[in-house]
Structures are given as structure tokens and as C-alpha cells.
Write a protein that binds this ligand. Structure first.
Ligand SMILES: *Cc1c(COP(=O)(O)O)cnc(C)c1O
Length: 395
């Protein structure tokens, strides 16, 4: 066996340097090396329960993995660091993270939500609110006046923002909306799944909580379903959220947490590559006569472009939608002909997806029938453009 113990001085120096390193370095390294064996890949911790000491205490700090676990504590500290928060909780899915927020509300609490938002969450919020007597009001995503008048109308517990929002990528001014909400005593949650912590930091713009479907960019490889909430600071509402996870029990499994740590290592590279591709694709689609509208916040023609340029740094994300002049039939035909873009739901993976959203969402959808949603991946741009050219030109 090789000896050569790491000197305490070395470890202290390393820790000091790492503390000053950017979150990008932290995720590349999967956090701090804490094991005696100095593994450069994080260990997997499957334990559901932990040994008590003779005096009844828990020297390993953990009791039972529904409450806390080394399986996901590194992940939580990385997410907290990425978003500039004080604490984070990971969940069994993005929906479970959203549900913990709903469970933290009390009957009669008022929730103000955007009109356009991830379809599954929108339906669940309205259904949950009906069953558990929460009051819900909706605002057009980019309309600050509408937010202001809803907040003035009645006391509101929580303002929910999703930006850019599914599937039209409407943008909400986080900074301005947070000022309005805080003036009226409301907390603010931002579903930042689409922007990811690479492009946007809602907590630094005033939000109280950030939600991620970690299934998407954070993991990035279409092989984990997970969610996360990050809090700017501790407080009663955050404690209620923590309580909801512990007791409702929607914790993330150890293997999923481990895969997520692995996916996170390349988060910055992946998001930047997808954003760069998406902007070029949005520009190329805009030039095609078959496409009537391209919805992408990176285009100067998008209604949310200026706000997005202010609150997103280094790109506008990998999500865009296109509407086709030939209507629903043309949109579906294009989706059917694409080969590199896979016909699949979800987003934020390394591979590109296309989806006819209206048919996935079904009756009651707000999504136009002539719209295709693209989750742009990290494949070489030329392959993606050639695939689109071939599918759109065909008749
Ligand atoms: C996918 C998604 C969710 C739900 O997350 P799951 O991990 O699928 O449960 C929530 N918000 C947005 C914006 C999403 O794209």
C-alpha cells in the first residue's frame, strides 16, 4: 500500500482554495473529497439507516434516509452553491418538489401563478388547490401590471414564476416581480428549470425559492427523474417545505442522486452548447417561409428578449418553439420526418427532442396546434440544421 498521508496543512490549503473556486469548479469536482481513500468520484451511499452511539446519539449525523442521507447531502450543497442559496432539498421528481411547496401552504392561502407554465404543474396546482382549498389566480406571464393588481387585490402567500415558460418561452421580469411581491408580503418561487443555474440566478434577483425539475438540464442524460428546491434563506415557509419532504417522503433514491452528481459535472458545458445551438437554429428557422413564428427569447423579435437579456447570462437556453404556416398538419409532418431530433417529451438532455405539445397536453391546452417544441441538444449544429432542412423542405 502506498503511504504518503495527505498533510493536514495541505488539506487546509486545498479547502481554502476550493472555497474560493467558482461553483463551476465545484460541480466539475462533485464537491469536496472527504473520504479517507480520496476517491475522485463520489461514493454511492445506499444505507437507509445509520448506527447510533452508546449514548444514543448519531455520530454520523444521519438517522434515517427519509430525513437526511450522505446519499444526497453533497448534491444538496452543490445545488445550494450553484443557486447562491442557504439550503437545498432534493426530491423524487420536479413535481414532488412542487408538491412540497403546495403542502407547505395552508388552506385559504392564496397562490398567484403564471398562465403559461409547465402543463403538468399547472394542472396539478389547480387540482390540488380545489381539493385543499387554496385560492389560485393567474397572470399573463410578462404582465407586471397584472401581477401588481392581483397582489393588491388580496393578501397573497406565494407568487409562482416560470421563466422562460413552457412552451412559448414567455419571460417574466424576476427582479421587478419580486419587488412587487415583497412589497405586498408575498414570497416568490421561480421554476428555473429551463434557464438552469448556468444562465440565471433567481435568488440573486430577489426570489425566495428556486425550483428545478432536475430531470432536465441538471441531470441532462435522460436517465433520472428528480427535483430540487433551493432557498435563499431559512424561514418558516422553508421549514414547512423541509417538513413536507421528510413526512410526505418524496426523497430521491441514492442511485439517482449519484447519477445526478455525475450529470452535473458537465452542466456548464452542456447548457452552453445547447444554448449556442438553439440560437443558431432559431435564426435559421426564422429565415424559412414554412415557419410563421419562432418563439425563442434569444431573438430580438421575441417579446421577452430585453428582459431575458438582462436576467439570463451567457445564453438564452436550449428550448425553442416554431409555428408552421401550414398549420397542425405541417407541424406533425415535420415532427414525423425528423431523425436526429427524437420525438419525445422532456427537455434539457444531451440529445435533441421535438414534440407536438398540443397533442401531448390534450383537451384544454393553451398550446397552438401548429407549434413544435424543440429541446436542442449538444449534437454538432450542422447535423441538427440538416435534419430540420430535410424535414421542413419535404412535401
Ligand atoms: C419537467 C418539468 C417539471 C416537472 O418535473 P418532473 O421532474 O417531470 O416531475 C416542472 N417544471 C418544468 C418547467 C418542467 O419542464
Amino acid at each position: 500500500m502506498l503511504t504518503g498521508k495527505p498533510g493536514t496543512d495541505d488539506r487546509t490549503r486545498e479547502r481554502k482554495i476550493m472555497e474560493k473556486a467558482s461553483p463551476e469548479t465545484w460541480v466539475v469536482h462533485s464537491g469536496e473529497i472527504t473520504q479517507a481513500t480520496r476517491d475522485l468520484a463520489p461514493p454511492l451511499h445506499p444505507a437507509s439507516t445509520f448506527e447510533r452511539a452508546e449514548n444514543g446519539g448519531y455520530p454520523g449525523k444521519h438517522m434515517y434516509s427519509r430525513i437526511s442521507s450522505p446519499a444526497y447531502e453533497t448534491l444538496e450543497s452543490l445545488l445550494s452553491r450553484l443557486e447562491g442559496g442557504c439550503d437545498a432539498q432534493v426530491f423524487a421528481s420536479g413535481m414532488a418538489a412542487g408538491s412540497a411547496v403546495l403542502q407547505a401552504l395552508r388552506a385559504e392561502d392564496r397562490l398567484v401563478v403564471p398562465r403559461a407554465m409547465y402543463w403538468g404543474m399547472r394542472n396539478w396546482i389547480h387540482r390540488f388547490a380545489d381539493d385543499f382549498k387554496l385560492e389560485v389566480a393567474s397572470y399573463p406571464n410578462s404582465d407586471l401590471d397584472a401581477i401588481a393588481s392581483l397582489l393588491e387585490e388580496k393578501p397573497t402567500k406565494l407568487l409562482w414564476i416560470e421563466t422562460p415558460a413552457n412552451p412559448t418561452w414567455e419571460v417574466t421580469d424576476i427582479d421587478a416581480a419580486c419587488s412587487l411581491a415583497h412589497r405586498h408580503g408575498a414570497l416568490v418561487l421561480v421554476d428555473s428549470t429551463v434557464a438552469s443555474p448556468v444562465l440565471s440566478q433567481p435568488l440573486s434577483l430577489g426570489a425566495d425559492f428556486v425550483l428545478h425539475s432536475a430531470t432536465k438540464y441538471l441531470n441532462g442524460h435522460s436517465d433520472v427523474v428528480a427535483g430540487a428546491l433551493i432557498a435563499k434563506c431559512d424561514g418558516e415557509f422553508w421549514q414547512r417545505i423541509r417538513f413536507a419532504r421528510t413526512h410526505a417522503g418524496a426523497v430521491l433514491g441514492p442511485f439517482e442522486a449519484w447519477l445526478l452528481l455525475r450529470g452535473l459535472r458537465t452542466l456548464f458545458l452542456r447548457v452552453r452548447a445547447a444554448s449556442d445551438n438553439a440560437l443558431r437554429i432559431a435564426e435559421a428557422l426564422s429565415a424559412r417561409p414554412e415557419v410563421s413564428h419562432v418563439l425563442y427569447p434569444g431573438l430580438p423579435t421575441h417579446s421577452g428578449h430585453l428582459v431575458a437579456a438582462r436576467q439570463m447570462k451567457g445564453g438564452f437556453g436550449g428550448m425553442l418553439s416554431a409555428r408552421f404556416a401550414g398549420g397542425e398538419a405541417k407541424a406533425r409532418d415535420v415532427a414525423a420526418r425528423l431523425k436526429v431530433f427524437k420525438r419525445a417529451t422532456s427537455l434539457g438532455s444531451v440529445e435533441s427532442f421535438v414534440e407536438h405539445r398540443a397533442s401531448i397536453e390534450g383537451p384544454g391546452t393553451l398550446c397552438p396546434a401548429d407549434l413544435l417544441r424543440f429541446s436542442v441538444g449538444i449534437e454538432p449544429l450542422a447535423d441538427l440544421l440538416a435534419d430540420l432542412d430535410r424535414a421542413i423542405a419535404a412535401r
